[in-house]
Design a protein around this ligand. Structure first.
Ligand SMILES: [Zn+2]
Length: 366
């Protein structure tokens, strides 16, 4: 939906990522540096302001809760929680619900969907995925690629009952065919991976992104950096690994031990990926068991993993926007999606938790 004509706005402050003091204007939902007579001053009365391109949650699930698809009223609550936290662009990493109606609402965040999760039969959370066998994976990938917004997602590893532990969901030839099918349909492809064993085939096959990535090795992060495979570590959700271990303990003790080991070395694993130059983006994994609206917590979490504040804030703003192909910076003609803070997020990323103004499609929404 094209934004209808909106009143002109003015916003004054230090604009990230350049950290230059600027007067910006908003006209017809777009940024301009040309003065707009009669523009409403968004930052009036706020004191010094820092202006950040609209935040990005690069891994969340709108339309999903712990039990599967949710109704439209709940989808709206989820989208509003993200928006009010400043997350104005969402990469939806798999949802069984049809959330297309959100695209017709100017007051809700922009969503880039990865379709519905694809998983191996009876090897994922119930009600989430299309559950398929390896020979059917490429066809389902193609189908979700046609229905999504340029991304598809499949589950790379999960508990295998006989092994009693995480094992790759699909053999190497199915993974290769799946990645080829996605690319043939012009979609990028990503995969959920907790353990070590699934990763070499995925990265060799030319996957575009890894979600979680707690089983990465020194060799694989070098290969990811070289091939420009992105990583969305979902560090907020990694704090749930001990709970996942406990839940699996009685039936799958080897899995529980494995999850605790992945958890114990999480800082080392994700930190090594950052050191190797892997592009890391901020994703909260909201919508399964976690609530929406936690993007600030994810950014401060990434700093504890060794990211500089510039890279951690960029991972949830200009760098993620560039990666997803949506106006990275607030330059002439860019979509007017931005957040205003009363302190510098590059000094204290914690301020992201309290936006003073949120502007979406050229309108003040918070
Ligand atoms: Zn997820």
């Amino acid at each position: 939906m094209t934004a209808s004509t909106t009143e002109a706005l003015r916003v004054t402050g230090v604009v990230l990522p350049e950290s230059e003091h600027q007067d910006l204007y908003v006209a017809d939902g777009r940024i301009t540096t040309s003065g707009q007579p009669g523009a409403t001053d968004v930052t009036a009365g706020l004191g010094p302001c820092w202006i950040v391109p609209g935040l990005v949650d690069a891994h969340c699930h709108v339309g999903l809760d712990a039990h599967g698809a949710v109704d439209e009223a709940t989808q709206q609550e989820q989208a509003l929680a993200d928006r009010d936290a400043g997350a104005l662009l969402l990469r939806d990493c798999g949802s069984p619900a049809d959330t297309r109606w959100i695209d017709d609402r100017d007051d809700l965040p922009r969503i880039i969907r990865a379709g519905r999760h694809l998983a191996r039969t009876r090897r994922y959370i119930r009600n989430y995925a299309h559950e398929v066998e390896p020979e059917d994976l490429p066809a389902y990938i193609a189908r979700e690629a046609r229905r999504s917004d340029g991304w598809v997602k499949f589950v790379g590893d999960w508990i295998e009952r006989d092994a009693g532990d995480l094992t790759p969901s699909f053999p190497a030839d199915a993974v290769k065919a799946a990645v080829e099918a996605a690319h043939a349909h012009g979609a990028r492809v990503t995969s959920h991976v907790f353990g070590e064993a699934a990763l070499p085939d995925l990265i060799a096959a030319g996957i575009d992104c890894i979600e979680h990535g707690t089983g990465l090795s020194a060799g694989l992060v070098e290969e990811m950096a070289l091939k420009r495979v992105a990583l969305v570590p979902t560090v907020t959700n990694l704090e749930n690994f001990p709970t996942f271990a406990e839940q699996g303990e009685s039936k799958f003790p080897a899995y529980a031990t494995h999850m605790r080991a992945l958890f114990a070395r999480r800082y080392e694993t994700i930190g090594a990926a950052y050191e190797a130059g892997v592009q890391i983006y901020a994703g909260t994994d909201a919508g399964g068991s976690l609530p929406h609206g936690l993007i600030a917590r994810e950014v401060t979490g990434l700093v504890t993993y060794g990211l500089s504040t510039f890279d951690a804030v960029g991972a949830a703003s200009w760098r993620a926007r560039e990666w997803l192909g949506v106006d990275a910076t607030l330059t002439e003609g860019a979509r007017a999606d931005f957040c205003v803070y009363d302190a510098d997020p590059l000094v204290d990323p914690g301020v992201l938790a309290a936006p003073r103004r949120v502007v979406l499609r050229g309108r003040v929404v918070g």
